[in-house]
Design a binder for this molecule. Sequence first.
Ligand code: PLP
Length: 443
Amino acid sequence: MTSFLKQNIFSSQNAEQLPQTIQVIKLNHHIRFQIILFKRKLTISQQKEFLNYARIDPFGHSFLIYNSNELKNKINQWKLTLPWITPHYAIKSNPIEPLIYDIINGPYGTFDCASKGEIQMVMKYGVPASKLVYSNPVKEEKDIIFAKSKGVQITSADSIEELIKIQKIAPQMKILWRISIVEENPEQMATLFSGKFGDDVPSLDAAHKRFKQIQQMGIQLRGIHFHCGSAIQGSSSFGKAIDLAQDYSMDTRWKMLDVGGGFPTGNIHENAINALKRTENDPLGYEVIAEPGRHFSANSCSLLFRILTKRIKHGRLCYHVNESLYHSFNCILMDGISFENQNDQFYSVLNSDESENSKISDQGNVSIFGMTCDGADVIANNITAPTDMNVGDWVCMQGMGSYTIGPKSTFNGMKSTTKIYQWSGQLEQQSEAQPQIAISQTF
Ligand SMILES: Cc1ncc(COP(=O)(O)O)c(C=O)c1O
């Protein structure tokens, strides 16, 4: 396990050998940096470090640079702000090895796993069953059998049919009953859950009947669980969700409250912290856990990809890049990210001869297309970008750590992010204390 840290480079499963052309770096080969997060610029020396990673294989696939300090800062901040809540990292948001490794070696070492595959991903590093919650309200029977064989004790459910299934296969498993929270400000959310998951208990009376029914089945009800919506800026529904959960405790004693994910990319909003504070030392005496995904992973990775070709179409400059909606940019499809009509994203150019970093001069409205043959594989129809990017130039995009590499496919037989480099630098301090909302989102 330590060997990969020493190497400082990680390969994903289908990693290819470096091509023969590895030594070739064009003299005038440029690296372009695109920044996604406001006020989070790389220093010149950081840019040079990134340039060196691109030099390793100038004609290679896109790659990720993982910054463990970003994750460590987030975890330390969590310990200060929400010390009574144990965060179980939602591995689905980014399952790369170095990040899992850092979680294991951090103060918590706890995970939210949604399937047999995710349980295996963490258990192969020796994570004990007691450190994970199997948080998926609808499970395959064989996955339940596997989880049982590994000693997993806590899982979630939101339907009686699922409980019957669990009772048959693993009657000793303890259940977190997932309740549905209708999201406030749904237009700002990347992912709504209430339409698909959670028991829609319409009234307190109905809730009590439901818990009675569960108890009468002989199910070991461990507690209540919700996920009140996933969003870059975080969910604003924690207060409402906690009110409901606490109301449900009237005649049902439960021991655990799982407040799910829904924490932002940047700092957790004061309103959410205040809402969560109502669970601290609650006389009801339950343990509180959470399942943050993007909060830990989003800022931990930068994506580097390159220009494959440029051309004019219908009078508009178009770039094709070696990434796609079905690879790291699937965050556009599944996470509501949009780069449309952004005009302040590109900020700097670094030449490969490491001459002075220069400001971007000529910018215009361009389209950026993904590398697959799908006509819908459009990263941005209209974005303000440098008009003089050349074939082979690299683009660096920060904040690409959540819901990017996890759901990527090999559509069209094409690969991306086959390598992950570890970078331990710090990003420059933000000049203003404000949430690190990426870009104004259009959903
Ligand atoms: C059950 C569950 N927990 C946690 C998460 C992580 O959510 P987030 O990235 O908003 O923290 C998800 C995301 O889909 C989820 O489905």
